[in-house]
Design a protein around this ligand. Structure first.
Ligand code: SAM
Ligand code: CA
Length: 277
């Protein structure tokens, strides 16, 4: 049974989040499902197959080819292709998840948004394209160079004016914002896709910055399927390193009375949190 993927381990020079692709995640998920299945679930699966629709890589490809790529806006396609040449391309948000974010932002009429973890900007561009012309995105990342790879494409798409990029670690930037009461309860949507060991600390701050009724989306909360792996499962070093942080975060928010949550098996798992108080 495999829980590891063939992705490159830690970057030699700096700590970065290396994100598993969907293929590895799906394979791991499917294996885990059959391992954890018991009693009624086994009978159900023998008769009808897995409850999850995504049983195969071919089915995921079908979604991309049928519902995502034919409708992918030209600038997003261009950015996806540019990003594919980057040595850390596997960190980018998958196209189907970006499409989901784009629609979600339109559904909630988001105007004032934040993104923590930009990389070359694929999810940022999906957000920028969804917002009205006077919409705003505060985009935070420690690495300006990667953001600047995608910036010309966002400029060409006519959405760069919505983006304010802040370079640096997100926690002190959030602390600065929290210090000013005016920022409290002002964000309609916040997408968190950076260092997984900080998610719990991000949540402590973001819950004050998002408005009541607003959404925070935490990415990679299924962490390559490892969140449901047995303790002795063979995991890649990077998956293993962050696994306990993701588990701790998932547990903490599942009991947080200030939010409603929805864990979606899109991409590597995205947990939507709607602030209710
Ligand atoms: N959302 C991006 C996309 O769609 O391409 C992918 C983001 S990538 C998974 C994670 C990013 O988080 C990296 O660009 C990394 O530089 C950034 N990052 C890591 N730690 C950070 C921190 N403490 N503060 C801000 N950004 C951080
Ligand atoms: Ca991600």
């Amino acid at each position: 049974m495999m829980y590891s993927t063939s992705l490159t381990p830690f970057h030699p020079s700096k700590k970065r989040n290396i994100e598993p692709g969907n293929k590895g995640e799906m394979a791991a998920n499917n294996e885990m499902k059959s391992v954890s299945a018991s009693g009624d679930q086994v009978k159900f699966e023998q008769e009808f197959g897995h409850k999850s629709l995504l049983q195969t890589d071919a089915l995921y490809q079908y979604i991309l080819d049928t519902g995502v790529y034919p409708r992918e806006p030209e600038p997003m396609k261009e950015l996806r292709e540019v990003t594919a040449k980057h040595q850390w391309s596997m960190m980018a948000t998958p196209a189907d998840e970006a499409q989901f974010l784009n629609m979600l932002l339109k559904l909630v009429n988001a105007k004032n948004t934040m993104e923590i973890g930009v990389f070359t900007g694929y999810s940022l561009l999906a957000t920028a394209l969804a917002l009205p012309d006077d919409g705003k995105i505060l985009a935070i990342d420690t690495n300006r160079e990667d953001y600047e790879l995608g910036l010309p494409i966002m400029e060409k798409a006519g959405v760069a004016h919505k983006i304010q990029f802040k370079e640096g670690p997100a926690l002190p930037i959030l602390d600065q914002m929290i210090a000013d009461e005016k920022n409290h309860g002002t964000f309609d949507f916040i997408f968190v896709d950076a260092d997984k060991d900080s998610y719990t600390n991000y949540h402590k701050r973001l819950i004050d910055l998002v408005k009541v009724g607003g959404l925070i989306g935490y990415d990679n909360t299924l962490w390559n399927g490892s969140v449901a792996a047995p303790p002795d499962a063979p995991l890649n070093s990077y998956v293993r390193y962050y696994k306990d942080f993701v588990l701790e975060f998932n547990k903490a928010i599942s009991f947080d009375p200030r939010i409603e949550i929805c864990m979606l098996p899109v991409g590597d798992g995205i947990t939507l949190c709607r602030r209710v108080i």
